[in-house]
Design a protein around this ligand. Structure first.
Ligand code: ZN
Ligand code: ZN
Length: 155
């Protein structure tokens, strides 16, 4: 990274500080009203957990950012602005807004998991971690199929 990467009093050229800023932005994003809207919207059309195949009706569905984590998404947004050299014109809320817009305009990828499998993934349970790429792919296809059937095309 360049020198002189001061943003809102944070030295972004310092790796630890940079990660802390991302965590802070993540926190603000997760607490926003729009994030709540996305959480609800992102689960539409998903009836089973792609890992354990349990019925979501009986489980607690949760949306998990995948393959990019929310941390990655915030990171690439900041990198973008560092590259464009316009970060100075923006504050934390501008970045949060930009990322929420990405969520609400379908520019992020995710997978809906039951609460249990979600926790197992974050706990690095090997069977769940290994099953994830395929589970994500299949669910994404099913979700797109559902949306095409429900909102587009002829019946
Ligand atoms: Zn599950
Ligand atoms: Zn997660």
């Amino acid at each position: 990274m360049d020198e002189n990467l001061d943003w809102l009093g944070y030295d972004l050229s310092h790796e630890g500080t940079y990660a802390k800023v991302i965590k802070k932005l993540e926190f603000l994003i997760r607490r926003s009203f729009q994030y709540d809207v996305w959480q609800k919207r992102s689960k539409i059309g998903v009836t089973t957990c792609p890992i354990c195949e349990g019925e979501m009706h009986f489980l607690k569905p949760e949306s998990h950012h995948y393959p990019q984590t929310l941390f990655d998404i915030v990171d690439s947004c900041l990198q973008d602005h560092i590259y464009k050299n316009d970060l100075d014109e923006l504050d934390e809320f501008d970045i949060c807004k930009e990322i929420m817009n990405k969520h609400l305009t379908n520019q992020v990828e995710w997978v809906v998991l039951c609460k249990q499998c979600h926790e197992k993934f974050h706990d690095n349970v090997p069977s769940v971690v290994e099953a994830m790429p395929e589970a994500y792919k299949i669910q994404k296809e099913k979700r797109e199929e559902y949306f095409n059937k429900t909102y587009g095309g002829t019946q």
